[in-house]
Design a protein around this ligand. Structure first.
Ligand code: DSN
Length: 435
């Protein structure tokens, strides 16, 4: 039973507190976290995330709100837009999307409507569910058509996609994916899309931090009309979304559509945490992105040497934070992901380009990302050790408990968030209102 001062908490509260503490200890200090879409915030970003702004409403835009009491929220929202605009070298930023999916919904609704058609990357090659007729696109009544994919080049087949765009004349083309090993051909697709008056939207959720850190091309500078993103993958901020563009008309349309159609309040406490993360990325983004990508390559090479079947070996495995392993001969993605979890190595199962779409619950692959452990300071040699743990567990079939013990020991060296400013406890406590 948990005691605070002289109060014994009722059992329900005690249970909740205990479960959260256990979760925090487990994922925060005992696991090797390799989910490619997650990351951790710095202590300062976490402290400002806990602000009173989490209780407030601010529908509308800075200076033109429907609620009083948000003059400081307005300041922060403008700082977020200004910092993103500076980091991404773009004219317009819309920070009110509460997630990447809401960012996509807003942009898709601006660019199309019922009965319209959009081209996307194939689902099995990583298109996000929101890009598809099974997700947000379908909710808007927009049909999707998958562009042909070249599995040898691990990318959209440019020649066939160009022909498809000319033949189908879609309203828009969506690039970007949740399995994103190599940059999609933005320029080639944008050139032909613009010929047929189609827009190009590029979902950079997975690679936003790499773009800020100059390890991945910025699609707006390569001809995409507008980009959408989440703010918590390789960009290590709070969960949220953002939209950016150089196109004045699209920006105006997006700003009108996002509120009131897709958000009312936009979860204000994420704004200061996003601003702190953006400022950290301004100073540390290049070194962080460089290490993330080096680690991904080293991890892929190490896994391959340990006997795993990596995708895109002929292309050097990856240019992003992500790598994909074909585990069909080890029992499939579902079984392998569960086995890894039992040893405190956290990954997700994933479809591979040759899987049937119905295989989504038990696909052939697993997807791994280096961005979170890099944030904790891991370098190439550390990922070689992780590859060894995976071999011992999945190929040598050693006991889960033995590997879990090694993982917990390994994780003791990775407890502090790096690539950030060191801020004293006094500062953090003053932000939290304790002093
Ligand atoms: N984009 C998904 C992922 O990659 O895990 C999350 O929405």
């Amino acid at each position: 039973m948990l005691r605070w001062f002289n109060i014994i908490l009722p059992v329900e509260l005690n249970d909740v507190v205990e479960v959260v503490k256990t979760h925090n200890r487990w994922r925060g200090s005992e696991c090797i976290n390799l989910i490619a879409s997650e990351n951790v915030m710095s202590p300062l970003a976490k402290a400002v995330y806990m602000s009173d702004m989490m209780h407030r409403y601010a529908e509308g835009r800075p200076g033109r709100r429907y609620y009083q009491g948000v003059k400081y929220v307005d300041v922060i929202e403008e700082v977020v837009s200004k910092l993103f605009s500076e980091l991404l070298k773009v004219k317009h930023v819309e920070p009110r999307a509460v997630s990447g999916t809401i960012a996509n919904a807003t942009v898709f609704r601006v660019l199309g409507g019922p009965q319209d058609r959009a081209l996307i990357a194939p689902v099995q090659a990583g298109a996000h569910v929101s890009h598809t007729k099974f997700g947000t696109l379908g909710a808007l009544g927009i049909e999707h058509v998958e562009m042909p994919f070249n599995s040898e080049l691990w990318n959209i087949d440019v020649d066939k996609a160009v022909k498809m765009i000319r033949d189908l004349k879609p309203k828009f083309v969506t690039l970007g994916a949740s399995v994103y090993l190599f940059p999609h051909p933005t320029k080639e697709i944008a050139d032909v899309a613009h010929e047929v008056n189609a827009y190009v939207v590029h979902d950079v959720a997975h690679v936003l931090g790499l773009i800020v850190g100059r390890k991945w091309p910025n699609p707006i500078h390569e001809g995409a009309d507008i980009a959408t993103s989440s703010t918590h993958k390789t960009f290590p901020g709070p969960q949220g979304g953002v939209i950016f563009t150089n196109n004045d008309e699209l920006y105006k349309a997006v700003s009108k559509v996002i509120f009131p159609w897709f958000v009312s309040n936009h979860h204000l406490h994420r704004l200061p945490a996003t601003a702190i993360t953006a400022a950290e990325m301004k100073y540390f983004g290049e070194s962080y992105a460089e290490q993330v990508v080096r680690n991904a390559k080293a991890f892929a090479e190490a896994l391959s040497s340990e006997g795993f079947k990596l995708l895109a070996e002929n292309l050097g495995f990856t240019k992003s934070h992500m790598l994909v392993v074909d585990v069909s001969e080890l029992g499939g993605g579902s079984k392998v992901a569960q086995e890894l979890e039992s040893a405190n190595i956290i990954v997700n199962k994933n479809l591979l380009p040759w899987d049937r779409p119905e295989a989504v619950k038990d696909p052939s692959g697993i997807r791994l990302g280096t961005q979170e452990m890099t944030r904790y300071g891991a370098v190439e040699s550390d990922f070689k050790e992780v590859a060894r743990f995976m071999r011992e567990l999945l190929i040598e079939r050693r006991d889960h408990a033995e590997i879990r013990r090694k993982v917990v020991e390994f994780r003791k060296s990775f407890t502090e968030v790096k690539y950030t400013f060191k801020v004293g406890v006094d500062v953090l406590e003053s932000v939290l209102g304790k002093t």
